[in-house]
Design a protein around this ligand. Sequence first.
Ligand SMILES: [Zn+2]
Ligand SMILES: [Zn+2]
Length: 343
Amino acid sequence: MHGSQNITARVLASGLSPINPARDGAREVLPGVYLVELPLPFALGSINVYLVRLADGYLLIDCGMDTEACFQALARGVEEAGAGWRDIREILLTHVHPDHMGLAPRLLELSGARLSMHAHDAEYLRELTQTERYLAWADGVMREAGVTNDIIAKIRRSSNEIHKHFHSLKPDHVLQGGEKIAASVGELEVLWTPGHSPGHVCLYGRERRVLFAGDQMLEQISPNIGWLPDRDPLGEFLESLRELERLEVELILPSHGTPFSGHREWIRKTIAHHADRCARMLAVIDGAPKSAAEVVNVLWERTLIPFHYRFAVFEVLAHLEYLERQGRVTRIAGESIARWRMA
Ligand SMILES: [Zn+2]
Ligand SMILES: [Zn+2]
């Protein structure tokens, strides 16, 4: 994420090779806390899920994608941690993206565990699983953002693939933030950190100064922030970071890449990164009003594959929404394609 790099740029820079190729097995990163890396079929390369020992059994933080490769890697990890499926008492999803929740239905059945997720992501998942309705909505957003019908059709094909990986889930425990989980590493507190998704949560262990960060903090990449209606995802993300900045953290356990430390430095760089993105977008808009697609075409010099183009459009929209709420830009009303101008 350093400098102006963002996830899309980094994925592009890496070509097709995974950023974080998965390593097999379970690594005990703290006493009673196992990191299990699972392979992902896209450029991000891998996802980390965590098995955390409780007084009685284990908590599993995130599940991996519902691919056989993910499932087998997790099965090996659980075994290496000395556990079995039935030892998993609780599954907590940091958020409902497919690489985090995909295997949940299968694991819930195998383990009989209780499922916890934040109320806002439970609601978000209900929308995502109404696939036709959701994708038609996304098409409409992109049309209004000035994306051509040709590109929208291509994006739709890749979105249809991705959306097969969302599954309806009924949480046993709907989180609000502030809940406490008694683990062998001490009490873990649920922190609601919206932005990357509306109901994203982190878990904070005050005793060990450890943060299970989900996709909120990834060492090498800036988490993707997409636009959602009636929300200010970038503003929420930055606010979440300011709250995390106040905590004492020695170890960040992210969902992708290696564990790291130095959360305040990371937060400072990430806030600066988004300020830089905002400044670049303002520079594009300055002079003549632009649609979100026009901003994407200027800021991303290389041709984006449809899947990344969609992320880029929603990322620009999230920044424009934020800038509009800050009184820096104005949306020009009454046009079929929305354009923004300097306020
Ligand atoms: Zn995510
Ligand atoms: Zn993720």
